[in-house]
Design a protein around this ligand. Structure first.
Ligand code: FAD
Ligand code: SF4
Length: 396
């Protein structure tokens, strides 16, 4: 019997300090014997997006092409929504539908996804789903750091050879780095964009400070109409304008990993399903390579689609948001609502809204890194992010 190097390593104990220290996003890799590869694989210890793009997509993004610069390697981009949405999914359930189809057609033997615990609807519980029912039980975002990769040891033990993994950028970066060690014949990766994630305690603080009824929130999203939409248990929707957020109280809510992340668009997934580049009510799909196309083709007939569009100019709104966030300015609610209405009418839409969101987060995160981890600035910020940030004037 051959002994692989990782089989000699041991998972770190739950709750023990992780190699990335406070920047750890709890991606789950260190909960397995694949911790052996952590120095190379961890998204926060060894940013290597351009190199891994070349491995995953045969090329890294072209910084002179605006679509590549912002959204990563892409061969197709569309807006879509399910003709028959899945009740209770985050949006229309395109992610869950693709995963169910792949299991039903026996393209994969398992799907890594994240359900919640029985006690807490927001407490993530990663699993390897083997049936569509188990996939559907993982629908809807768990808006908390989730150790999706903590099931990696089970993959090798189960003898599975064909696998789909659903995950966010930091999980997928670590996964790509150890992909060759997993002994799989085929790995499919279905990603979602991700930003401003929080620990379970951070989520509670966010809900308590922002929602009128924190205990009844079932899901929420930062929407393209510049408002957060909280969906409550009774089906009602509460809308809070971004500009009315109590930024001074919320400054330390987002996880340090997410404050220093520049992989909003999940650069290394084969297929990405989000919403921010699409008109309100639609999902936004980025096909990065042929594997991603194969996955999307499975469900095309179940979708209404339209081409992506782009409208408006984000630049001023981004530039103005930089000092406002930096100083923790909070507008009175009436002013925030008014600003929300004006911006919704004349503000950026479609891909330009996505660029607005990327620019605002990258400038904020660049400043965070510069102030808190200046020694990491050069190596941790990818070249595309440096180029995006350089369009703006940042405070010292
Ligand atoms: P569903 O069919 O409801 O399936 C959701 C899938 O997400 C499930 O398979 C589940 O396993 C997986 N999942 C849930 N929580 C997590 C988690 N914490 N970590 C990893 N996987 C998880 N899109 C944007 O365009 N802009 C954003 O700013 C943005 N922020 C996001 C922040 C977070 C924390 C997450 C998890 C997603 C975010 N998305 C964002 C993606 C978007 O909200 C939807 O998840 C996506 O459009 C898929 O919707 P759906 O109805 O097809 O998903
Ligand atoms: Fe380990 Fe993942 Fe944390 Fe990095 S982010 S230290 S790989 S658990």
């Amino acid at each position: 019997m051959t002994v692989s190097p990782h089989s000699k390593a041991k998972a770190l104990k739950p709750g023990s300090r992780r190699p990335a220290k406070e920047l750890c996003s709890e991606c789950g890799l260190c909960d397995t014997y694949y911790v052996h590869y952590v120095k190379e694989a961890c998204a926060f210890l060894n940013q290597q997006i351009a190199e891994l793009e070349t491995v995953a997509h045969d090329r890294s993004r072209d910084l002179d092409n605006d679509l590549d610069l912002y959204f990563g390697v892409n061969q197709e981009m569309i807006a879509a929504r399910k003709k028959e949405p899945i009740e209770g999914a985050q949006w229309t359930g395109i992610v869950s539908t693709i995963a169910c189809e792949m299991l039903e057609r026996k393209m994969v033997e398992g799907v890594v996804c994240v359900q919640n615990t029985a006690e807490d609807r927001f407490q993530p519980m990663p699993i390897i789903a083997r049936t569509p029912e188990e996939v559907l039980a993982a629908k809807v975002n768990k808006p908390t750091l989730s150790p999706n990769l903590n099931v990696l040891e089970q993959i090798e033990q189960s003898g599975m050879k064909r696998l789909l993994v659903i995950g966010v950028g930091c999980q997928i970066q670590a996964l790509r780095a150890v992909e060759k060690e997993l002994g799989l014949e085929k790995l499919y990766i279905l990603g979602t964009p991700c930003v401003d994630n929080v620990s379970r305690e951070g989520l509670q603080k966010f809900l308590n400070t922002t929602s009128r009824s924190p205990e009844t929130v079932v899901h929420y999203e930062f929407m393209q109409d510049f408002r957060i939409h909280f969906k409550h248990e009774d089906g009602s929707i509460e809308k809070v304008p971004f500009f009315g957020l109590k930024t001074n109280k919320l400054k330390d809510v987002f996880a340090p990993s997410c404050m220093s992340c520049f992989d909003y668009v999940n650069s290394l997934a084969d297929l990405v399903v989000g919403y921010m580049g699409a008109p309100f009510g639609w999902q936004w799909i980025v096909v990065r390579n042929d594997t991603g196309k194969e996955m999307l083709d499975l469900v095309r007939e179940q979708l209404n689609t339209q081409p992506v569009m782009s409208q408006g100019d984000r630049s001023n709104a981004v530039q103005q948001s930089i000092p406002a966030y930096d100083k923790g300015v909070t507008l009175p609610m009436w002013a925030a609502k008014m600003m929300g209405v004006v911006i919704e009418r004349i503000g950026p839409k479609g891909l330009e809204y996505a660029r607005f969101s990327i620019d605002s987060h990258f400038t904020r995160n660049y400043l965070y890194l510069k102030r808190n981890y200046p020694q990491k600035l050069a190596s941790h910020v990818p070249e595309y992010a440096k180029k995006i940030v350089s369009q703006y004037k940042l405070p010292d």
